[in-house]
Design a protein around this ligand. Sequence first.
Ligand code: 5AD
Length: 498
Amino acid sequence: MCRVRRATPSTSLCYEGAVVLRFSVTTFGCQMNSHDSERMEELLRDGGGSRAGEGDADVIVLNTCSVREKAEQKLRSEVGRIGKLKRERPDLIVVVSGCMAQQEGAKLLARFPEIDLVLGPDNIAELPELLAEIRLGAPPFVRTEFDLERPQFLRAPNVVGSRPTAFVTTMKGCNERCSFCVVPYTRGPERYRPSDDVLAEIAQLAAAGVREVTLLGQTVNSYKDPKGLLARAPGCDPEDPDESEFAALLRAIAESATGLHRLRYTSPHPRHLTPSLIAAHRELALLPRHVHLPVQSGSDRVLKRMIRRHTRREYLERVARLWRAVPGVTLSTDIIVGFPGETAEDFEATLALIEEVGFVGVFAFKYSRRPNTPALRLDDEVAESVKAARLERIFATTEPLQQRHLASLVGTTCEVLIEGPSKSKPENLTGRSERNEIVHVADAAGLELRGKLVEVVVVEAFKHSLLAQLTAESRRSARAQTSSEPRRRSLPLVSVAS
Ligand code: 5AD
């Protein structure tokens, strides 16, 4: 039997039936989902639980994505696999959370009898209580209510010295109605987090050693402070319907966040790359010289059918303004191939746009039909074989662009924020440049550089990353600090490069 449950949200973690649980959380999809998964793990740990492999877990959470059909197929095979574990251990609790949970709700319970709880993204805070109910014998149920009245934004606990980079949610949901996109239906309408709350979280993270914050939101640059706390940003035109308070938020963060080296954001919508945001890029040293700016197509006809609310020319104009304001800024993008009605000519326009902008990273996807989306009503579907061939051509166009860009950096100096040891070569450290390139720093193991900005010289370009060496100056100062500093729990504030 299954039922749709309408509980009153509570943040209390004291609940009847609480037991120490071993849990496993698997994440599919975007950074928003990774962020949500971490918050679920924290809630379970706060309740006395501990992380375990799926084979030993009492609770398995599958935090799902539904942005493309592939993600859905993945869930099916995962649930099938976990179903076997459940047959061996009937007490195992299986939770499906995230966008698929929101989208499918009770249908998931009907299709997969092994699922005990279907949990929407806005109901994560209730997870411990809902698990307790299941342990007490509640039948499988669905909890997928949007928190429209009092939106909640889960924040990371303040763990000193844990990681030099962190995500901070500034808004959730989406009011755009791009015709291909399921997000407005799985994440609900836009809700913004008060700016004082965002600033407080960033200040805490910076005090704990975080050096790079990425602001998260489905259309992150449509931000407006619900408390009206932000002053109007320079360059802001209140008559412009594309204006938001995002530039004002960036400025407020830059003014107040001591210790932060970089402030990134994802994912912006091109129509909100307004003059005020471009001015912020020009003036704020905290903003790196890289923007991920999804364009989806280079054809006006397709952009219109996608309901993107900008033309190819408008996109290029905004990008040109950004280039003028921030020389050397690099761009990456998202592209959909095979959108209904996309002709060979439309596709050529997309390839031409990629060349014209010179994107250093392209995330390209074959269009897939998503439930509830307006594009379902469009005909002229593109054949799978055509989509596959177009995807290949996108890769063939973008790989050389990326290669050329990375090769052009050999011999140049750049600043890298060190994140930790390289996975493949422990004697190297890995970090990102201000343009977001992955940089492996050779022969740097043993130096206390995590969370620091170091100056390096690029010595080699690989397919998707760079190899670099510390400059003589940064090696000297890193050595001096490493030998004089006792190991500290919090990450040092000083940057090696002066
Ligand atoms: N089909 C294919 N790709 C999609 N995306 C979103 N919806 C779809 C869809 N129905 C892609 C877009 C978006 C990225 C996160 O996923 O390119 O920017």
